[in-house]
Design a binder for this molecule. Structure first.
Ligand SMILES: CC(C)(COP(=O)(O)OP(=O)(O)OC[C@H]1O[C@@H](n2cnc3c(N)ncnc32)[C@H](O)[C@@H]1OP(=O)(O)O)[C@@H](O)C(=O)NCCC(=O)NCCS
Length: 182
């Protein structure tokens, strides 16, 4: 119990310090260090869907996100002080296994370390819920995401045939990746 209270206190004070220094000495704090994570709510859906539609040819509909809330998936957004919601991640955790259902960062911030921060957050959440391993699927053509996952320590464990919709009504396989969390 003490550990949890100390962790909460340290996060609050650390954030307050960072925000104080960012206001007084704007050059002393990087934007990424002011990134905040919080649970996604229904009110975030317009911003989340706008990001999803900017990036992806086969975006999730609003109903899919609403189903994620109903099912009880762990749904998170990250917020930047200026831009508001700039990314999100959705995790399913059950029976010691965590599955990343979705992770997206606004194209405005790609390649600046935000995807890594979101992955670190999702891994922390999975570990807090005592998951022992983490899984995800990714299109073989998504080289940026595969590079990120491999840098986070994920290993390829197989392929799912014809998993994703693709152009002209065809299907694209999924690469399955896994990470041991112990
Ligand atoms: C995939 C995605 C989450 C990566 O987020 P990001 O913020 O751009 O990634 P980061 O800047 O944190 O990069 C993390 C690592 O991945 C690598 N990486 C990121 N983009 C890369 C690219 N285009 N090519 C090669 N490597 C790349 C980087 O080398 C980086 O490693 P480093 O920290 O050692 O330098 C982001 O591009 C995205 O949201 N894409 C659209 C949605 C999507 O494809 N989601 C995944 C569905 S499975």
């Amino acid at each position: 119990m003490y550990n949890i209270i100390d962790k909460v206190k340290s996060l609050i004070f650390y954030d307050a310090d960072r925000e104080f220094f960012a206001k007084v000495f704007p050059d002393s704090v990087k934007a990424i260090d002011l990134l905040r994570f919080r649970r996604m709510t229904q009110n975030d859906l317009p911003a989340v869907i706008a990001i999803e539609q900017q990036v992806y040819n086969y975006p999730w509909s609003e109903n899919i996100f609403r189903d994620c809330f109903k099912i009880g998936y762990s749904c998170w957004v990250c917020e930047d002080a200026q831009e508001g919601v700039i990314g999100y991640g959705i995790l399913s955790i059950a029976a010691g296994e965590a599955h990343i259902m979705n992770i997206y960062l606004s194209p405005k911030v790609h390649g600046q370390g935000y995807g890594r921060r979101m992955m670190e957050k999702l891994i922390d959440i999975a570990q807090e819920k005592r998951a022992l391993s983490m899984f995800l699927e990714v299109r073989p053509s998504n080289t940026a995401a595969i590079a990120l996952y491999k840098k986070m320590g994920f290993n390829e464990i197989g392929m799912r045939k014809d998993y994703y919709p693709a152009a002209d009504g065809t299907r694209e396989d999924a690469v399955m990746l896994a990470l041991e969390l112990l």
